[in-house]
Write a protein that binds this ligand. Structure first.
Ligand SMILES: [Zn+2]
Length: 145
């Protein structure tokens, strides 16, 4: 792969006239891309058609990337919290929110309003005096009565 391609060089590619993969002379390049070639067999000038390689390191790499993809969504709890909030938020009525008070008891699914984090939903009650609340900014563990 270290061989530097340039105009005047030779490359194996598809000749549409000969209908086969044959040696071609590179006629024109744009940057590192071959754009025009001349067939060594029929001497016809045509656009360069890259030969597709069905097997190779690139194909194997794509397969690995696909296999690893489902883990990515699981590994980001902040994104999950934001998505959960976006789903719940339209059904929330700020008028129903209980102002957050660390001495007050809360129940599951209570809607509360926090001076710093805004509206939140109680997602977990941890005995004897803690709650997990989902806010727009993410999940927070708070004290309660
Ligand atoms: Zn040809």
């Amino acid at each position: 792969m270290s061989r530097q391609l340039s105009a005047g060089g030779t490359i194996e590619t598809l000749c549409t006239r000969c209908k086969g993969v044959l040696n071609h002379t590179i006629v024109a390049m744009v940057g590192e891309k071959i754009v025009r070639v001349e067939c060594s067999t029929c001497h016809g000038l045509h656009a360069y058609h890259p030969v597709k390689a069905p097997k190779g390191p690139a194909a194997a790499k794509t397969a690995r990337t696909k296999a690893a993809a489902p883990r990515k969504t699981k590994a980001d709890p902040e994104a999950a919290a934001r998505a959960e909030w976006a789903e719940l938020q339209p059904g929330l009525d700020p008028a129903q929110a209980i102002p957050y008070d660390m001495n007050r008891p809360y129940r599951l699914k209570d809607l509360l309003s926090h001076p710093n984090f805004g509206l939140g939903i109680v997602q977990l009650v941890i005995a004897p005096n803690k709650i997990d609340v989902l806010f727009q900014v993410g999940k927070k563990r708070l004290r309660c009565g």
